[in-house]
Design a protein around this ligand. Sequence first.
Ligand SMILES: *[C@@H]1O[C@H](CO)[C@@H](O)[C@H](O)[C@H]1NC(C)=O
Ligand SMILES: *[C@@H]1O[C@H](CO)[C@@H](O)[C@H](O)[C@H]1NC(C)=O
Ligand SMILES: *[C@@H]1O[C@H](CO)[C@@H](O)[C@H](O)[C@H]1NC(C)=O
Ligand SMILES: *[C@@H]1O[C@H](CO)[C@@H](O)[C@H](O)[C@H]1NC(C)=O
Ligand SMILES: *[C@@H]1O[C@H](CO)[C@@H](O)[C@H](O)[C@H]1NC(C)=O
Length: 332
Amino acid sequence: MQSPKVSLASTLLLISLHCLAIQVSSIDTLRQGENLNSTSQLISNNGAFSLRFYTPPNSNSTYLALWFTGRSRLSSPVWIGNRRNPIPTNSNPTLTLGARGQLTITHDDGGAPIDLYAGRSSEVENVTATLTDTGNFLVNSNGPAGLFWHSFDQPSDTLLGGMRLGVERSIKRNWTLTSWAAENDPAPGAYSMEWDSSSRNLVVRRRGAAIWRSGELKYYRDEAGQSRAEFENVGIGRDVFNFNFNFTAEEEEEYVMFTVLPFPGSPARVLSGWRLESDGDIVDVDRSMFLARPDAAAEQPAPPPDSAAAGLRAWAFFAFAAVVLDLVLFVI
Ligand SMILES: *[C@@H]1O[C@H](CO)[C@@H](O)[C@H](O)[C@H]1NC(C)=O
Ligand SMILES: *[C@@H]1O[C@H](CO)[C@@H](O)[C@H](O)[C@H]1NC(C)=O
Ligand SMILES: *[C@@H]1O[C@H](CO)[C@@H](O)[C@H](O)[C@H]1NC(C)=O
Ligand SMILES: *[C@@H]1O[C@H](CO)[C@@H](O)[C@H](O)[C@H]1NC(C)=O
Ligand SMILES: *[C@@H]1O[C@H](CO)[C@@H](O)[C@H](O)[C@H]1NC(C)=O
């Protein structure tokens, strides 16, 4: 087992920064002409997601980061708006929703503004940018034009419930996860996770070479008789890892997505995500648990059957302990 990835000190710092920031603003929507600056943030209506500028520890770069706060009360970024265009720290970044619906980050460092979304060719009325309860940051209008742009179409390293991972043939684009370059560096890193339409597996690649496959989606009925589906090589127990995936194939697109099913007796609102970490691990962002360790599996020979069984028991214990911790955290 690895040591916890987040130290207590940085956790407390994050929590206190979070509380401080919450006092500044608690709206979930920007209207045209409104902006988000380095001291304000958007917070989803359910409080689970927030959007604000972020400078990682020991970094000279600032990013627009979308944060998820799970049941463990730890926050971590699940989406980065400008991972390929970092802004120098202390340059007063501002995210503005413009008259054409464009979403632009400006800063006073002298560099060019960064368009997250370039907007329509002419002005449009009644456009808003909203951080939803599922963690989607979307630009839409209340009129028939509807959805203009959303962050779920630009995955970073985390797949949230309702996001697509797959292939969009019509515009020759894939919905793919790409890890951070390092723990405190959101730039695109060595690992990617994509949908392979020929084998219908999720595939993790390290610098382009496939190192892990999810296996196929296996459908089954749970104790309540509901149809569910999970990947063969992910986790160990049907009731422990409660990500319920589904697969959609249409002429122009093909993708998987998941909903999180609550455990019996746990709160109805359950949100989580799959994060592809900078070392290739796949982690449940709500419970900070490993779902798969593609790189560890690629580098080590397959264990003999006995130790596989022991490993399984260790996993089962770990998973059980995490569930107990969940319930404890929920109660306090
Ligand atoms: C950010 O915007 C808020 C109002 O939305 C304002 O009160 C605050 O001074 C601004 N902060 C900076 C650093 O410009
Ligand atoms: C940040 O900037 C300082 C001063 O220019 C420099 O000494 C330091 O190495 C930089 N840190 C990183 C992580 O680039
Ligand atoms: C913008 O919203 C206002 C108030 O809801 C409405 O009266 C107006 O018709 C809307 N304009 C467009 C172009 O949808
Ligand atoms: C797949 O799951 C999503 C939620 O993640 C849901 O909105 C959608 O209706 C589901 N599709 C099918 C075919 O069940
Ligand atoms: C998308 O993924 C498919 C495999 O499922 C691959 O053949 C194709 O080259 C990818 N396209 C892009 C644009 O990355």
